[in-house]
Design a protein around this ligand. Structure first.
Ligand code: CA
Length: 524
């Protein structure tokens, strides 16, 4: 072949490679912490308006059956990165150390030419790998004047955490982005994680609103495993005077309130602290007077605690929503929106008073659910709703697939790209998801459990007491009665047990050593 022809082929190849690099979509993965389904108005408008997060649903796809594989912070994050269940990726509970050698989707994107960054909550112990840039909160991080760990050491930024994580994200897009390469930016908020500290501009938001109580707030846990009543995440009995209820001074009622201090007050500037006192002192004094008078019933005290908890939680959500808006506006202003996939999700859901609880961990719907909204202009039909059963094991394969990177066989999830392109679930899709939680006893005494959820039923196995629980989500959406011993459900129980075993087989679950180690450490 003549030399000139070879050169021509080489140059055409270069042009082609260049064009495909530019065509590959940018990805912004916005990850909240403990964001419940009911606190996103695209899912449920009753509690709060989240117009900016809702934009992603209006302009993209809303997943209505999106679940986590293990409802706790670190494990969900490890699953998102690896596309693997906890028993495979090794990060089974908070306190594990993420193995930096593991294959993750950011590392694969980076190796394929993406510029990668993670800003905000990491919570996986080891130093982030596969990222060109990282600024991460140490551990759980702080709401006020948060510290960030970077490759150059620890830096403190003055302000409110949710705003700062967005400032740093926009700053990276503005100043550090290489325009010749597609990018992955993971913007990961601390909010609305406990202890739900609102931004000064939101301290009085909802102050005059009565937040509706969920129908299961006074759940007596009858008809289900006794683990529920031994659980320690109830609003009534497990919230702390300062840390959760934001009440001043020493806890005078140790029989009702836990005694943890509120470390955020100690981080505030004098101006932030003054604003806080101005917003909360009158309300706090009125509550403490009523409580001290002895005239306040237990039910009234619970009602007050629920309102205090929910208002602070929802105020944190509003700040997240405003900051999603800031990021979307930036994409619009710079023209990046067109070729950027924006994902909004949270590591798991949260109890907003359902079953009398806060926190997560259980396989019940409120904490099993992960919000998932995906906008990809020109690919995902606007306003589409997908009811297929999807899980956080699918996030890594999906984003690799979208970037044209081969999904490694070790990833256990599947790409959601066919669903995203079609605008709905395909005819044939998985009909069940697998779940496992190992972090016992931790602070909330939630037992080790695993299970399977199908479209209609949920089966849960508690190895410590060797008992099954079965829920019919159609007739009992709030999961208030286990029908495992109801003869009318005998065939369903058998069928669900087979599915459970089949999924354990599919995902190579051999978790007895994990369970043994957890129980040995717990001294049980
Ligand atoms: Ca979380």
């Amino acid at each position: 072949m003549p030399r000139a022809m070879l050169w021509l082929i080489f140059l055409l190849g270069l042009l082609g490679a260049h064009a495909s690099a530019q065509d590959r979509p940018n990805i912004i993965y916005i990850f909240a912490d403990d964001h419940a389904r009911r606190a996103i108005s695209a899912y449920d408008p009753e509690l709060i308006a989240t117009p900016n997060i809702d934009r992603l649903a209006h302009e993209g796809m809303l997943f209505t059956r999106s679940y986590c594989a293990n409802s706790i912070c670190g494990p969900s994050r490890a699953t998102v990165l690896t596309g693997q269940h906890s028993h495979i990726n090794g990060f089974t509970g908070n306190g594990s150390e993420f193995d930096p050698k593991r294959t993750t989707f950011p590392r694969l994107l980076h190796d394929s030419g993406y510029q990668t960054a993670i800003i905000g909550k990491w919570h996986l112990g080891s130093t982030p790998q596969g990222f060109d840039h990282w600024e991460i909160l140490p551990g759980q991080g702080s709401y006020f004047n948060p510290d960030f760990d970077t490759a150059d050491g620890r830096v403190r930024h003055e302000g409110y955490c949710t705003d700062i994580i967005t400032d740093l994200s926009i700053n990276w897009l503005e100043k550090a982005r290489n325009e010749g390469r597609p990018f992955l930016l993971m913007t990961q908020h601390k909010a609305p994680h406990r202890n739900w500290m609102s931004a000064p501009r939101h301290h009085r938001l909802l102050a005059d609103t009565d937040i509706p109580e969920p129908p299961t707030l006074l759940d007596d846990y009858a008809g289900r495993t006794r683990w529920l009543s031994r659980n320690a995440q109830s609003i009534d009995g497990d919230m702390a005077w300062q840390h959760d209820m934001k009440l001043p001074g020493e806890n005078p009622y140790p029989e009702v309130f836990k005694g943890w201090n509120n470390a955020e007050w100690g981080r505030m500037t004098p101006a932030q602290l003054a604003a806080w006192h101005e917003a909360f002192d009158t309300e706090n004094e009125a509550f403490m007077r009523a409580l001290g008078s002895g005239a306040m019933s237990d039910r009234d005290r619970l009602a007050w605690m629920y309102q205090r908890y929910m208002k602070e939680y929802l105020r944190c959500v509003v700040a997240v929503d405003e900051n999603v808006g800031r990021l979307l506006d930036y994409l619009d202003r710079t023209g990046l929106a067109e070729n950027t996939i924006v994902v909004y999700s949270s590591d798991q859901g949260f109890y907003l008073g359902e079953h009398g609880w806060f926190d997560k961990r259980w396989m019940f719907e409120e904490s099993l659910f992960m919000p998932l909204l995906v906008r990809w202009p020109g690919v995902v039909p606007p306003g589409s709703v997908c009811e297929a059963l999807v899980q956080n094991i699918d996030h890594a394969p999906t984003l690799l697939d979208a970037a044209g990177v081969a999904v490694p066989a070790e990833m256990q999830g599947v790409s959601l790209l066919p669903l995203l392109r079609a605008g709905h679930g395909p005819e044939r899709w998985r009909d069940a998801i697998y779940y496992a939680y190992y972090m016992y006893p931790s602070v909330h005494h939630v037992p080790i459990h695993s299970g399977v959820r199908t479209d209609r039923y949920k089966l849960i196995w508690f190895p410590q007491t060797r008992e099954w629980q079965l829920f019919d989500l159609e007739s009992d959406p709030h999961e208030m009665r286990s029908v495992h011993d109801d003869p009318a459900y005998a065939h369903v129980l058998d069928e669900m047990k087979s599915r459970y075993l089949a999924l354990r087989d599919l995902y190579d679950v051999d978790d007895q050593p994990i369970i043994d180690a957890v129980l040995e450490a717990a001294g049980k």
